[in-house]
Design a protein around this ligand. Structure first.
Ligand code: SF4
Length: 342
């Protein structure tokens, strides 16, 4: 059962913040990006975490590896596409990697390699929206900031018992203004990290753990599991993608170098219309999700004797060299499995 609401977080902001920060001092997790105040390192973590879970970013070593390849804005600004995409491989949404490079280039060109700390100049950098600008101000510079991500939106919706849609313009505006009212004060770094951590570990989606919540006495919600209210329900669409598994007499594998919008610069198996794969043996199905799609990637074996049309970008690659190419995760899994099996 949820503890009783006793006082308003907006009226008693100082106690609200102190309760959070004091809880965080004991319960806050030790992430690498919390051990640094380097704006570049914090930016990389923020962008990686936008669409990827902490456990993935840390567990698979993406964050450390990326910083080893590109330790500062200068090295990232100078990165070529192949190296950049390879370092981002497995994280998906590759546009983020290119945008990070654009940000690094702008910091070098316009600020002599030193990140600005004021909101106006941060927001002028490519790829930096108000959330990321706020995160940089709070976590790198320890300056007053406002930042609302999914976790913070959920916590504030519940604290304020906000039952209008939190994903529409009016709802978002209100959440940001509450966040701003609550945030002003000392210790911006710890306060914002605490609010995010509370959303990740205690005030979780679904049923929150109110009995151990450090700010339960400020929380107005009576049915927190129903909050935040969302207006938009994203329908998942199932689609199929048909790929070819072809090897030549030398054992090389036919891969395709993407030039299209979605994964430009990445390698994958050649993809064809379903009609072009008629009569070919199906080797395996790999199922993955991307944005609102649930994709069944069906791989068809092309016998060496069968001729088929090659498209621009199709290239025979020696199996030894495949691991050094940047490849989207579903294709990487399929190629590794088929190479192993053969
Ligand atoms: S866990 Fe969330 S819903 Fe529960 S008391 Fe804390 S802030 Fe409110």
């Amino acid at each position: 059962m949820k503890p009783r609401y006793k006082t308003s977080a907006l009226k008693d902001r100082k106690s609200f913040r102190e309760s959070l920060v004091s809880w965080f001092t004991t319960h806050g997790k030790d992430y690498p990006w919390r051990r640094t105040i380097d704006p570049y390192e914090i930016l990389i973590s923020e962008v990686m975490l936008q669409q990827t879970q902490i456990s993935t970013v840390l567990g698979k070593g993406y964050y450390t590896r990326f910083l080893t390849s590109f330790p500062d804005a200068r090295t990232l600004a100078a990165a070529n596409d192949a190296d950049l995409l390879k370092a981002w491989e497995g994280l998906g949404y590759y546009r983020r990697a290119r945008m990070l490079r654009d940000t690094a280039r702008a910091v070098i060109a316009e600020h002599g390699g030193v990140f600005p700390d004021d909101l106006e100049n941060l927001l002028k950098l490519p790829g930096i929206g108000r959330y990321t600008a706020g995160a940089l101000r709070a976590f790198a510079f320890g300056l007053p900031a406002v930042l609302v991500d999914g976790n913070v939106a959920r916590v504030i919706s519940r604290i304020m018992d906000f039952s209008d849609p939190a994903d529409e313009t009016a709802g978002l505006k209100l959440l940001w203004s509450w966040a701003e009212e609550l945030a002003c004060g000392d210790h911006p770094r710890e306060y914002h990290a605490a609010l995010m951590e509370l959303g990740q570990t205690v005030c979780r989606p679904g049923v929150p753990d109110c009995l151990i919540c450090p700010v339960a006495r400020f929380c107005r919600s009576r049915a927190p599991e129903k909050l935040p209210v969302k207006a938009r329900k994203t329908a998942v669409t199932a689609i199929e993608e048909h790929a070819l598994w072809a090897r030549d007499k030398l054992g090389r594998v036919l891969l395709h170098h993407e030039t299209g919008k979605r994964r430009t610069g990445l390698w994958k198996l050649p993809v064809r219309e379903v009609g072009e794969t008629a009569g070919l043996q199906v080797l395996l199905d790999e199922i993955y999700s991307i944005t609102r799609y649930r994709v069944t990637l069906r791989v068809h074996r092309v016998p060496a004797s069968r001729s088929f049309k090659h498209l621009p970008g199709d290239t025979w690659i020696d199996p030894e060299n495949i691991s050094s190419l940047a490849m989207a995760a579903p294709f990487r899994r399929v190629v590794e499995r088929l190479l192993r099996d053969s």
